[in-house]
Write a protein that binds this ligand. Sequence first.
Ligand SMILES: *[C@@H]1O[C@H](CO)[C@@H](O)[C@H](O)[C@H]1NC(C)=O
Ligand SMILES: *[C@@H]1O[C@H](CO)[C@@H](O)[C@H](O)[C@H]1NC(C)=O
Ligand SMILES: *[C@@H]1O[C@H](CO)[C@@H](O)[C@H](O)[C@H]1NC(C)=O
Ligand SMILES: *[C@@H]1O[C@H](CO)[C@@H](O)[C@H](O)[C@H]1NC(C)=O
Ligand SMILES: *[C@@H]1O[C@H](CO)[C@@H](O)[C@H](O)[C@H]1NC(C)=O
Length: 353
Amino acid sequence: MRAANLISLATSFGLTFAEVYLGFNSGATTDSGDAKRQADFEKEFETAQKLKNSPGLFNSVRLYTNIQASTTDTPIEAFPAAVKTNTTLLLGIWCSGADNIDNELSALTKAVDQYGHNFTNLVIGISVGSEDIYRVSEDGLRNNAGLGQDTDTIIGFIRDVRDRIENTLLSNVPVGHVDTWSAWANNSNSEVIDEVDFVGTNLFPYYENDKDNDISNVTNLFENALNNTKRAAGDKPVWITETGWPSEGPDFGQAIATLDNAKIYWDTVGCTLFGKENIFWYTLRDSNPDNKAKFAITKDLSTTPIFDLTCPAEASAPPPINTNVPTDSATSLSLNTLAMIISMVFALAAGTA
Ligand SMILES: *[C@@H]1O[C@H](CO)[C@@H](O)[C@H](O)[C@H]1NC(C)=O
Ligand SMILES: *[C@@H]1O[C@H](CO)[C@@H](O)[C@H](O)[C@H]1NC(C)=O
Ligand SMILES: *[C@@H]1O[C@H](CO)[C@@H](O)[C@H](O)[C@H]1NC(C)=O
Ligand SMILES: *[C@@H]1O[C@H](CO)[C@@H](O)[C@H](O)[C@H]1NC(C)=O
Ligand SMILES: *[C@@H]1O[C@H](CO)[C@@H](O)[C@H](O)[C@H]1NC(C)=O
C-alpha cells in the first residue's frame, strides 16, 4: 500500500520509476546434474543477496524452465525459494526441441494456483525460449549447438503464453525471448522482435572466436554486441540476460579462461552496467555438466566469491535501492519541486503523511 502511494505520488509529479534488475542465472540442476530442491535454491538466493563486497543487491534470478527437474509438470522448487527469500523472477519457458509448451504452462498455472500473489508479485518477466534461434543458425549448426527452434515456432509459443496468462495474476507481466546478439541482429528474425515486450540478449565475448577476443578487447566486443542488439530491438527494451567470463575452461580464439580474466571482465563490463541495465550475470553457480567452461563466481555457494567483487572507483556504483529516476523526466522538474517530493516521500515512509 505504502509503495503504491509513493509511486502514485511520484507519478502525479510526472516522475516515472523504472526498476533495474540485478541477478544471476539459475539452472534446474547442479553441476553434477542433480535436480535442485527448494533448499538448494534458497541457499543460492541467500548467497546472492549476501555476497561480500557486492556492488549491488543481487535479488533477481533468471530461470530456464518452470518445471522441476525430472518431473513432467511439477512447478520448479525455485518458486517457493524465491518467495521465501524475496527474490524477483525472470521466468523461462524451455522451447528447444519441443512440439508444444503445454507442460511448461501447466507448471506455471499450478504455481499461480498454489502460491498466488506471493509468487506472481515477484515475476518480472517471462522469457519464451533461450538461444533457440541461434542454435538453428549457421553459427549454431557449425558449433553443434543442439536442437533449436525456428522463428515461427517461437512466435507461436509466445502467443500461447500470452493466451494462458490473460486474465490471470500474471496478465501484466512482460513476455520476451532470449537469444544471442547475432540472432537478434539477423534481419530474418525481425518478426520475433515485433512479438515481444522485451529483448533478452546473451553476450559472451569469450565465445566470439571469430573476433579478436583477447580479454583486453572485451569492452569493444561487448559494446559492439549490445549496440547491435539495441539497434535491432528498436524501441523494445533490451535486457542483458547472460554475460560473464569463465575462470577455468578451454580457450576460445584468443579468449583464455582464468581467474584474473574473470575478475577483469567483472570490472570492465559488469561494473559499468550494474544498476543501469537489467542484468543477469552468468553466473553464481554452474549448472551444466557438459560445459567445460566454469563461470561460477562462488565455490560451494560461499558468500566470499572467488575474486573480489569490489568495483573499480571509476565505474559508477549502482543506486542503493532498485528504483531509479530516468534523467530526462527528472531534469524537467525544478529543484524545488524535487525537494518537495523528496520530503513528502520521507514523510510517507515515516508514516506521518
Ligand atoms: C522485497 O524486496 C523488495 C525489493 O525488490 C522490497 O521493496 C520489499 O520491501 C521486500 N519485501 C520484504 C517483505 O522484505
Ligand atoms: C502468502 O504469504 C503469507 C505471508 O507469508 C502467508 O500467510 C500466506 O499463506 C501465503 N499465501 C499463499 C497462497 O501461499
Ligand atoms: C539468419 O536467420 C535465419 C533464420 O533464422 C537463419 O537461417 C540464418 O542461418 C541466419 N544467418 C546467420 C548468418 O546466422
Ligand atoms: C577488437 O574488436 C574489434 C571488433 O569489435 C576489432 O575491430 C578490433 O580489431 C579488435 N582488436 C583490438 C586490438 O582492438
Ligand atoms: C556503442 O554505443 C555507444 C552509445 O551509443 C557508443 O558510445 C559506443 O562507442 C558504441 N560502441 C561500439 C563498439 O560500437
